[in-house]
Design a protein around this ligand. Structure first.
Ligand SMILES: [Zn+2]
Length: 485
């Protein structure tokens, strides 16, 4: 496969390569890319349509109204179940949702009636931290690559098409798993922006996407291959301006080091972006009203983020004042408990991590646990709610974090951090609606909101593992039933 040869090429390429060899490698990749892309373009285009369900009419769904009668609603706004409910949808919206007895006589001539007696309906899920150009398969360690080379390769038409194919496959896997909203935190070549626009315009069918495009990282920072590398406040502001011109929905900052780029165990999650640069990003983004979120893995950096008005990904120990400030500023914490765990539970031949990176994963796992416990504890103390600052994300796409294992994150919240199943589901529905600023359309099922929901034969609150079994529930997105693979 072309993807495997690219991986082999990337593994063999490192900064010690001779300039002559580099010239020949790049020239041959370029020429091969130009020639092969013409050959493969048609193949990939036809393949895309097989892996995505296609537009509404291609799915064979009529646009008549649908009435789902007499089900138990998982009310994620209020955190309760409501029995004997009925919901009517038209096109991609819910037009009525109330107790069955309160719904007025339904005109059967223009409405399909679907009896849901004994069934349970909840909103579609949101995975708030994903990378859709990666499936979760093993990748060569990005820290070995020259970032310019990565960006150059990713721009070749052949590679661009391969990545687009991967993105569409990932979105289909996510939809089948009940994920109807994804926040995409880092991509290359604006592939995430392109696919979002294709979905929004109805060209293809897919989940709702909120995309960050290219990340922003400091010199020597995490994820240089897919980021603007900024060395000053002026460069940081220029990056935000450029992101705005590419119409991103949010901005992803790589504020600290991570697992794969730690120089030693002590530097895992260590600070690297100067606070003045971070503040410049936040200030510039405010001018365009674009929310910012940061990969931030140590206590001081998390505090800096919150002071600047930036949301937190992964996290570390968080003090009481910082939790209060998060709530006051309307910020959210996305802990991604699953991300370091997949590195620790799989052998190195599968993850591609060396010994030091495995130890760094354990360090980051503990920081995340500390952060999540602190947020739960202080939220409960001050706001009477354990989960009000938490949104669920898994960093799906990194090696071994699969897009169909999102519910594992929710199960961790229950088993290891003491949330109830409903509180865990709220982090992936209601809270996500607030955090992504789409609460008027998403987060709970009510009249006027998106017709994105899941139907179960059993109550998922009794067994969250049902969410890991796509055969156990129906997924409806944009008012259409998803045809699963
Ligand atoms: Zn990530």
């Amino acid at each position: 496969m072309a993807g495997d040869s690219l991986n082999l090429f990337l593994i063999s390429y490192n900064k010690t390569i001779s300039p002559v060899l580099e010239y020949h490698l790049i020239s041959s990749i370029l020429l091969n890319g130009i020639c092969m892309c013409w050959t493969y373009m048609g193949y990939f285009d036809s393949y895309y349509h097989k892996i995505m369900p296609g537009k509404a009419r291609e799915q064979g769904e009529s646009m008549t109204k649908k009435c789902f009668r007499n089900f138990t609603l998982l009310d994620t706004r209020n955190g309760v179940c409501r029995e004997n409910m009925t919901m009517i949808i038209a096109a991609d919206k819910i037009i009525a949702l109330a107790a069955d007895a309160d719904i007025q006589a339904i005109n059967k001539s223009d409405t399909d009636i679907i009896d849901c007696t004994g069934k349970y309906i909840m909103p579609g899920l949101c995975n708030a931290h994903v990378h859709i150009m990666f499936t979760g398969e093993k990748l060569p360690s990005v820290s070995f690559f020259n970032p310019k080379l990565v960006q150059f390769l990713a721009g070749l038409p052949l590679i661009r098409n391969m990545l687009m194919k991967k993105r569409k496959k990932v979105l289909k896997t996510s939809l089948d798993s009940g994920i109807t909203v994804l926040r995409v935190l880092g991509d290359v070549n604006w592939g995430d922006v392109k696919i979002r626009d294709e979905i929004n315009s109805g060209k293809i069918f897919g989940p709702h996407l909120f995309v960050a495009g290219r990340s922003i990282t400091p010199v020597g920072g995490h994820g240089e291959g897919m980021s603007y590398i900024v060395g000053s406040e002026a460069e940081a502001r220029a990056a935000v301006k450029d992101l705005h011109s590419h119409r991103v929905d949010c901005i992803k900052v790589l504020q600290t080091k991570g697992v794969t780029d730690a120089d030693d165990v002590d530097s895992a999650g260590g600070p690297i972006m100067p606070v003045a640069v971070l503040a410049a990003i936040a200030d510039e983004a405010r001018k365009y009203n674009i929310p910012v979120t940061a990969h931030s893995e140590n206590k001081e950096s998390v505090r800096e983020c919150v002071e600047c008005g930036i949301n937190v990904e992964h996290g570390a120990e968080i003090d009481e004042d910082t939790v209060l400030m998060m709530k006051e500023k309307g910020l959210f914490y996305c802990p991604t408990v699953l991300a370091p765990r997949v590195y620790l539970e799989n052998p190195p031949e599968i993850t591609g991590l060396n010994d030091m990176q495995i130890q760094a994963s354990a360090v980051v796992e503990q920081k995340i646990a500390d952060g999540l416990q602190a947020v739960i504890k202080y939220s409960q103390k001050h706001f009477g709610s354990k989960n009000c600052l938490i949104i669920a994300g898994t960093d799906a796409g990194i090696p071994m974090s699969w897009h169909d294992e999102f519910a594992r994150e929710l199960i961790f919240y229950v088993d290891d951090f003491g949330l109830t199943p409903m509180e865990a589901i709220q982090t992936a529905t209601y809270n996500a609606g607030l955090a992504l600023n789409i609460a008027d359309q998403y987060g709970c099922l009510e009249a006027g909101k998106w017709a994105d929901f899941l139907i179960f034969a059993e109550n998922p609150l009794d067994n969250l593992k049902l969410l890991l079994e796509p055969s156990q529930f129906e997924v409806w997105c944009q008012g259409m039933k998803v045809i699963k693979n």
